[in-house]
Design a protein around this ligand. Structure first.
Ligand code: NAD
Length: 266
């Protein structure tokens, strides 16, 4: 079988570099292009220290994306640019595989329309770490038995969006699964925001500290007991098995798939 032709946008970023390194090392796929808005004409192999590849990092445009005919564009850029990159990708008939966070429900509707218009699929996952996806699944099971829940998500201090896409998705899955509404109590809040943000009744607390990568805890409260679920990504390579799987699945997709759980056999 032919190699899957992969391009990466955000190639000079923390996640983008890891994706380029992974694609270069994975059998059955080929890195054919690399894009970054900070590009200054460097070879991606020189950036990664893996040896010259002949792939020069450059700006993502409709024209540049079409040049080397990739089948998939993996995007790890910023919440500010991701919608435009998805639009360019679909217009170029290149399936986007998106890890960039900050995509809202309204954005998803817009992407769904773009996907329909393009006739090709797209894959979006707020978290590519298998452990995080399992945590969401376990949280949805626990939500059937524990109506009280709070989410704490902890990330490195360079993350610009809050709460994390994973926390929002976890809250969404909890709300969809729970059979009983939590009891509402009046609270005396002495500091604005002290109880976190509230998504459909689920409190979400965002912590930003250098030294962290991506972590999430879901705490359930019940009569005389609590249940804590926690996942930690200590290294960005924790996302790579999920990205590789998504590339393999996405290159023939015909619709929008949102969430790694939809392509795992759970
Ligand atoms: P980063 O700041 O290190 O890298 C982002 C890169 O994108 C930068 O090099 C920047 O120059 C580039 N960029 C910005 N706009 C661009 C554009 N229009 N076209 C091309 N390149 C552009 O960030 P990071 O830590 O690599 O994270 C990137 C994104 O991935 C964030 O949204 C983060 O929250 C998300 N993330 C998702 C997962 C997941 O599993 N889904 C995991 C980790 C990080």
């Amino acid at each position: 079988m032919d190699n899957i032709r992969v391009a990466v946008s955000g190639a000079l970023g923390r996640m983008g570099r890891e994706v380029c390194r992974t694609v270069l090392a994975t059998e059955g796929m080929e890195l054919v292009d690399a894009f970054d808005s900070r590009a200054t004409g460097e070879d991606i192999g020189a950036v990664l220290g893996t040896g010259i590849t002949g792939i020069i990092v450059r700006e993502l445009t409709l024209r540049s994306l079409r040049e080397f005919v990739p089948q998939v564009l993996v995007d790890f850029t910023t919440p500010l640019s991701v919608m435009q990159n998805i639009a360019i990708s679909l217009e170029a008939e290149v399936r986007p595989v998106v890890g960039t966070t900050g995509i809202t429900g309204v954005d998803l509707e817009r992407i769904r329309e773009l996907v329909k218009k393009s006739g090709i699929g797209a894959f979006i996952a707020p978290n590519f770490a298998l452990g995080a996806v399992l945590l969401m699944k376990f949280a949805a099971i626990a939500a059937r038995f524990f109506p009280q829940v709070e989410i704490i998500e902890l990330h490195h201090d360079q993350k610009i969006d809050a709460p994390s896409g994973t926390a929002l998705k976890t809250a969404e899955m909890i709300v969809a699964a729970r059979l009983q509404q939590p009891e509402q109590r009046e609270e005396l809040l002495k500091l604005p925001g002290v109880r976190g943000g509230v998504q459909d009744g689920v409190h979400i607390h965002s912590v930003r500290l250098s030294g962290l990568v991506a972590h999430q805890e879901v705490l359930f409260g019940g009569q005389g007991q609590t249940l804590s679920l926690r996942h930690d990504s200590y290294d960005r390579n924790s996302f790579m098995p999920g990205v590789v799987l998504a590339i393999k699945k996405a290159h023939t997709l015909k619709e929008l798939v949102y969430g790694l759980e939809n392509i795992l056999d759970l």
